[in-house]
Design a protein around this ligand. Sequence first.
Ligand code: 3PG
Length: 211
Amino acid sequence: MTMTVDIRSIMGRGPVIPVVTIDNPTTAPDLARALLVSGISVIELTLRTPGALEAARLIAEQVEEMVVGVGTVLDPSQAVQAAEVGAVFAVSPGFDPDLLTAVSAAGLAYLPGVQTASEVMAARKAGLRALKFFPAASSGGADALKQLQPVFPDIAFCPTGGISLQDAPAYLALENVLCIGGSFAAPARFIQTRDWMAITGSARQACALRG
Ligand code: 3PG
């Protein structure tokens, strides 16, 4: 039987979850190894390229220490596919109760996105206490999250979208931010050129955001 991992424990593995949109799945295991040696043990692969599920499968098979999630999950069928390739969590840009049911049934942890107080309330009503804040930068950034904290003191956020290495400390300083998501920790240009040294450099900087 598959044991669903608690999303908070995944979020607590480090300050940054690299969000990766991968074109060539064969690069995925080397990418995962470069992240691991840098101290990052969680990765989100967006389902926005044809090879994304294969990339998730290759990492899950070859780099067992890496916790693999899939992102941009919009449909219940994607939750099933993600579980089949060995992903342990799913991320979606918004909140949909039907998707929560499907993701849970597939045995995956779930991190849905919210942008407004009403969406936080809907997700909270469904029993969720850990949410992605998306798109973070254009939705008010760290200032918005700071205002949500006293209203929803029991919610932990993973802001994602438009966050740079420079912006990251302002988010991570907030008591309601457990981690952040972003492509800056594993830039696409370095993945495309298989520049694992550069990925290691970016990932180490991301890790160092929380001493
Ligand atoms: C995405 O949509 O790929 C994630 O939100 C990451 O976005 P970013 O490139 O702005 O970090």
